[in-house]
Design a protein around this ligand. Structure first.
Ligand code: B16
Ligand code: MG
Length: 216
């Protein structure tokens, strides 16, 4: 059976994805670009800087390095304002029972997030101590779809990649999990989860039977 489950954070453990979207919409508006939900999907799981590069490309503007730095700082400051009031009430449905199930069955839990704010978010929602490894944007050189964040989590746990299941909500993360040699359970709307080995609308549906089916 699985020895570890590595969770993406934004959009899987808590819905900070909506706050990223709101902050990026403001930055995009400043560039004269209306950020749609469709383009926003491309930003999920990729780094802050790559997100800005995608928006600038879509807006058809080229940015100087000093302007890039200013916009990255503005975006993150706004995002931090939006997530300042996060609390355990913001943990997504099914997450706590699923973590309890993993604990009872001796399966390790880890975080694999591109975010540099991952620890802050985990502290706010009271889950930091529930994970045996936290691999995040402060510890990696390449963000998703590169597999580094998941490989680092597996290495820290001391568990072989094929015994780790990734849980993801976004295309870049699903690709990263697959490139890490792991199977991927998608969470959310099926149209955003192409490439996942299975999907559920939320983690309440991630039961023992599903985990067994996914394991080969
Ligand atoms: P930050 P995840 C990702 O987190 C987000 O999905 C993505 O939208 C964001 O750009 C990235 O973290 C970097 O976040 O600006 O907080 O460092 O989904 O990998 O948990
Ligand atoms: Mg995510």
């Amino acid at each position: 059976m699985w020895k570890a489950v590595i969770f993406d954070l934004d959009g899987v453990i808590t819905d900070t994805a909506g706050h990223h979207f709101a902050a990026w919409r403001e930055i995009a508006a400043g560039l004269g670009f209306d950020l749609s939900e469709e383009v926003n999907e491309l930003l999920k799981g990729v780094s802050r800087r790559e997100s800005l590069e995608i928006i600038a490309h879509q807006a058809g503007v080229s940015l100087e390095e000093t302007e890039i730095q200013r916009l990255l700082e503005t975006k993150n400051a706004r995002y931090l304002e939006l997530i300042a009031a996060l609390s355990p009430a913001d943990i997504l449905p099914g997450v706590l029972p699923f973590l309890d199930y993993l604990d009872r069955n001796g399966i390790a839990s880890a975080i694999g997030s591109s975010s540099k704010n991952a620890r802050f978010i985990l502290d706010r929602i009271g889950l930091t101590e529930r994970f045996q490894a936290i691999s995040d944007g402060t510890r990696i050189c390449e963000t998703k779809p590169h597999p580094e964040v998941f490989l680092l989590a597996a290495q820290e746990l001391g568990i072989a990649t094929k015994e780790c299941l990734v849980v993801e909500d976004a295309a870049a993360g699903i690709e990263a999990g697959r490139r890490a040699g792991m199977r991927v359970l998608g969470v959310g709307k099926p149209e955003h989860l192409a490439g996942a080995d299975a999907y559920v609308t939320n983690l309440s549906a991630a039961n023992a039977g599903l985990l067994r089916t996914l394991f080969i």
